[in-house]
Design a binder for this molecule. Sequence first.
Ligand code: G1P
Length: 272
Amino acid sequence: MIKKALFPAAGYGTRFLPATKSVPKEMLPIVNKPLIHYGIKECMNAGIFEIGFVTGRSKRAIEDYLDKTPEIENAIKGTNKEKLLEEVNEMIDKCVFTYVRQKEMLGLGHAVLTGEPLIGNNPFAVVLADDLCDGDVLNQMVRLYKKFKCTIIAIEEVKKEEVNKYGVINGKEIERDIFLVEDMIEKPEIDKAPSNLAIIGRYILTPDIFDLLRNTKPGKGGEIQLTDALLKQAKEGMVIAYKFKGKRFDCGSVDGFIEATNYFYEKMKNGK
Ligand code: G1P
């Protein structure tokens, strides 16, 4: 039922300078796979094979990663290194990747709106690749979408002193871990946060979000915020927030990146 996903990937990744001078932050590797690899795998595990990227200048490495590399394949043919390309080649074979460029960085809401031509009038997933998840979070959310047929956003409890890094929701818990959203604020000051339930980078959005985004004025930081459009959607209709099961790493921060590296390295060593 959810066939498409959108990866906003135009940001500069300034927290990872100087690496991100020439390497898109989405291409930074956790062990031996770039962040987008994990995100795409999560999509495939949720039955999503049409994947759009909102990119920008100096992001071409993403397109190159998601294309065949005959020179490398010939060079390693018949060696045990062939298996290192198996997973990415499966992605290339099974998925369709489309791209659009965001010309100006006007915020996450603007990036999602820029992706409209890749999505059309369909419900779709949004994956922020620097929130790296283990536990098939999208698959859990697709199942919820089937039940509620409305926008679903992933949330996680964070420490009170960290709420100012996230969109924060408030709502009524209608079933265990499932909230009907009543309020939502982008990066509130710590003492103004309505809860410690932070939005993480997985969303399933119904396509009416595009009109709402078109009519959303710049908010926090002068950017067009997805959170503001989602609040309108919640007030006019219904938005569900879901405390997902699984682990999530904030790979947009150095600490989260290192934590993810250690976690996935251990998993790899144990053959999982
Ligand atoms: C974005 C969203 C924010 C959300 C976060 C999750 O912020 O605007 O609501 O909590 O992603 O990672 P960003 O981290 O891009 O500043």
